[in-house]
Design a protein around this ligand. Sequence first.
Ligand code: ZN
Ligand code: ZN
Length: 324
Amino acid sequence: MVLNSPGSALVWTELDNRLPAAGEIRVKVAACGVCRTDLHVVDGELPEPRTPIIPGHEIVGRIDVLGAGVTELKLGERVGIPWLGHTCGTCPFCLEQRENLCDHPRFTGYTVDGGFATAVIADARFAFPLGEVGTDVALAPLLCAGLIGWRSLGIAGPGKKIGLYGFGASAHIVAQVAKWQGRAVFAFTRPGDAATQAFARSLGADWTGGSDELPPEPLDAAIIFAPAGELVPQALKAVRKGGRVVCAGIHMSDIPAFPYRLLWEERQIASVANLTRQDGLDFLQLAPRMKIVTKTTSYPLQQANQALADLRAGRFDGAAVLVP
Ligand SMILES: [Zn+2]
Ligand SMILES: [Zn+2]
């Protein structure tokens, strides 16, 4: 499913069979999650859009061709391919173990073709072995919603009271991780969205409310998953002195001006960009032990545009997953 220009619908396109170069693998896609970032790619909201491009960066599949020199992975092995598709290894950020900020990165489904396809080619060093526990569809949302959520929770710090603004694919995983870690979860949805609030409580949320409400007690940290800048001052009001507000998305509408007193008393605003391979290894190793259950809605690959439209309209709980 190819994006030929920003703002247009994806188009089913028959492409020539491609083979992996040295150091790459070809993966037969079994499932690919649909992430809000895919919407930003399709809408042309990210800088330097590259088209034509195949979106999709929550890929689960099996290796069907090994490129020359790939020895760490086996033919037929189930792997996950995330957003981080390649880093240079030599820039200052790579050298200080912050490859998520690499100066010369490649991103799956944004600058290299992704998983809204029957097959994908990936740099073998950036693919995660997934083992055989869990279905392909259930695992797909872990590859970005789970991973970025995991990184966001780390950046939020060890506080016990965590607020989650926007209870979609990422928050529904993070809520389970936070509960497993013994934290209290405060889930904020669109005002009046009783169905999503009930969904959040079913996953262990201790309190739910509208994003225009304040929690019953100050939070240690809040993570904003919704791409709505007006949530930043709202979340600052909800965190205690010294608390942190983490913006987890790649794109957000403008943050409105707000009084300095909301930031005063050492409150902090941070953003999360991409992931490191270590994030992936840490999270995917722990995920089976945390017994994360993902709520998914499957669509045939050719209905990718419908899945994107349903995500935009908030028509499902959890995550959409495309199945070729
Ligand atoms: Zn680099
Ligand atoms: Zn994503």
